[in-house]
Design a protein around this ligand. Structure first.
Ligand code: GLN
Length: 532
């Protein structure tokens, strides 16, 4: 039987529940336990797949093709486990399932209600993971903040789980803000007290309280939180801001949170081996030199829209003892008339994924600038598609070359929808999840991956049109990675250039601390070399 840890948030959102939860996950995993993580989001969208990246951040894709919340990226990078669709549920998904059951007569004419029907479905998503696997601990984060109307069914479900399974099997961690008031030079525990009061009114008593503060605070505040919130003093954990999220597991280790958890849940821990994590943090501390990267994207207003790309760049940089300095360029603002001016100081250009026609022409200009000026280029998904369109227009001289995503009527659809694919629905019609790419001999891709094949995750609708392949090849482009089963182009490169590579998949989803995705590492290495 798995043990359960539920993480809730109090006072404000954005306190890093995901980071704290996955830090605890790292510690438990490195103490010999098998860990799984889940996220429950209170919003009513079925999944984040069709949500605006500027509002919601990136869509993280799991191996099995789940389109999930970006917190799953943190979970995977921290606990180094490939999660699945059953790691991410929104209220919308739960309600949609309930309504399906109702339409099929599954509730046998009963009145369908939040309690018990919705709460039972939430519990079933947690129990399903437990039943079908042998995880020692399942850590589940409840999105939002305690007190939100939308999150109430989730909180009621976890209250019932605690009642059904008891305190030895179910533990609650509440992460809440401990604000510091500059004028009076003091921390205020009242918001935490109110937040715990709110939890108590829902029948939930936290076992551990994590006080998230801007700075470290005096020990006596723990006494106060302890007595007002009914938890032993050692279960009040200080977590002040850190200059890197990757240092949080070490903060959590110092607080002994994993040991407190193990004691209550009756788990036996082996000696916690954080040597690998420590060496990663040593690399972070040793990364003093900077490497500058220009990202040309259209969701640049919110860096979370490219979270895994940024973390992959950082992780690859640390491996080379370099700090990443990002220069953001909004592709909507670039055109044929200004791109040279805007991109003139770029040391390396990365064009990430994206959807829709808007901003694509600017990305095409960015690919052109990198190719013509022999600047390291890494294209991801749409970043590969624009590099192909640019090559067709300016090297093959097919002036109207395009992607049918930009111009459905082009005479030269370099990037196109595969025949027979449904294009009407925007939700759930993409090539999603892990596919195998076979790498060709004597290519940069093969050199970087140092392997014959590689499995990477996809999230796109359009593909390279094989009709143009020969023409591209005879003009210097190499198709170095292929999804053989369907003969689809996965990687392109231009060997004449120092480093020009782009892939149809999303390499950013497989970078892990100490294990950067090879494309990111190769890209950064080439920039460092180029600048020297
Ligand atoms: N919009 C493109 C497609 O659907 C690229 C998608 C992406 O970059 N993730 O194929």
């Amino acid at each position: 039987m798995s043990k359960h840890i539920f993480i809730t948030g109090g006072v404000v959102s954005g306190l890093g529940k995901g980071i704290t939860g996955s830090s605890l996950g790292v510690l438990l995993k490195n103490s010999g336990l098998k860990i799984f993580m889940q996220k429950f989001d209170p919003y009513l969208n079925i999944d984040p797949g069709t949500m605006n990246p500027i509002e919601h951040g990136e869509v993280f894709v799991t191996n099995d093709g789940g389109e999930t919340d970006l917190d799953l990226g943190h979970y995977e990078r921290f606990i180094d486990v490939n999660l699945t669709k059953s790691s991410s549920y929104s209220a919308g998904r739960i309600y949609a399932d309930a309504l399906d059951i109702e339409r099929q007569g599954g509730y046998k004419g009963k009145t369908v209600q939040v309690i018990p029907h919705i709460t039972n479905l939430i519990k079933s998503k947690i129990y399903e993971v437990e039943k079908n696997n042998d995880y020692d601990v399942i850590i589940s984060e409840i999105g939002g903040t305690v007190g939100d109307i939308e999150s109430q069914p989730f909180l009621e479900a976890i209250r019932q789980i605690r009642m059904e399974k008891s305190k030895e099997n179910v533990l609650f961690i509440h992460i809440a803000l401990l604000p510091y008031l500059k004028v009076s030079n003091e921390f205020k525990t009242k918001p935490i007290q109110h937040s715990v009061k709110e939890m108590l009114s829902l029948g939930l008593q936290p076992d551990i309280i994590v006080a998230r503060s801007e700075f470290s605070f005096e020990d006596k505040l723990k006494d106060k939180i302890s007595s007002f919130c009914n938890v032993p003093k050692e279960n009040v954990i200080e977590c002040s801001d850190s200059d890197s999220i990757y240092k949080v597991p070490l903060i959590v280790q110092k607080s002994n949170m994993h040991k407190i958890v193990a004691k209550q849940l009756n788990l036996s821990l082996k000696d916690t081996d954080m040597s690998q994590w420590n060496s990663f943090v040593d690399n972070i501390n040793a990364s003093t030199e900077e490497v500058e990267i220009t990202i040309v994207g259209k969701y640049v207003e919110l860096s979370d829209a490219y979270l895994s790309v940024i973390e992959s760049l950082k992780i690859a940089g640390y491996d080379l003892k370099h700090k990443i300095k990002l220069k953001w360029v909004n592709s909507r603002r670039i055109s044929e008339s200004n791109y040279e001016e805007i991109l003139k100081d770029s040391k390396g250009i990365l064009v990430p994924g994206g959807f829709g026609e808007e901003g694509i022409e600017g990305k095409i200009c960015a690919a052109k600038y990198a190719r013509v000026n022999n600047i390291p280029y890494l294209g991801i998904c749409l970043g590969m598609q624009v590099a192909c369109v640019e090559f067709a227009r300016n090297v093959l001289n097919l002036k109207d070359a395009s992607s049918t995503e930009i111009n459905p009527n082009t005479n030269n659809p370099i990037i196109d929808i595969l025949e027979g694919k449904n294009t009407k629905d925007i939700g759930g019609t993409l090539r999603l999840g892990a596919y195998k790419t076979t790498l060709l001999d004597n290519t940069l891709a093969k050199e970087l991956y140092n392997s014959n094949e590689v499995i990477e995750r996809h999230r796109h609708r359009y593909e390279f049109n094989n009709k143009y392949k020969e023409k591209f090849e005879s003009n210097g482009m190499v198709f170095s990675g292929i999804y053989v089963e369907k003969n689809l182009v996965e990687i392109i490169e231009i060997p004449k250039n120092k480093f020009f590579i782009a892939c149809q998949y999303h390499p950013e989803f497989t970078s892990r601390p100490n294990k950067p995705n090879p494309l990111f590492k190769g890209f950064i290495k080439s920039i460092i070399k180029n600048v020297q």
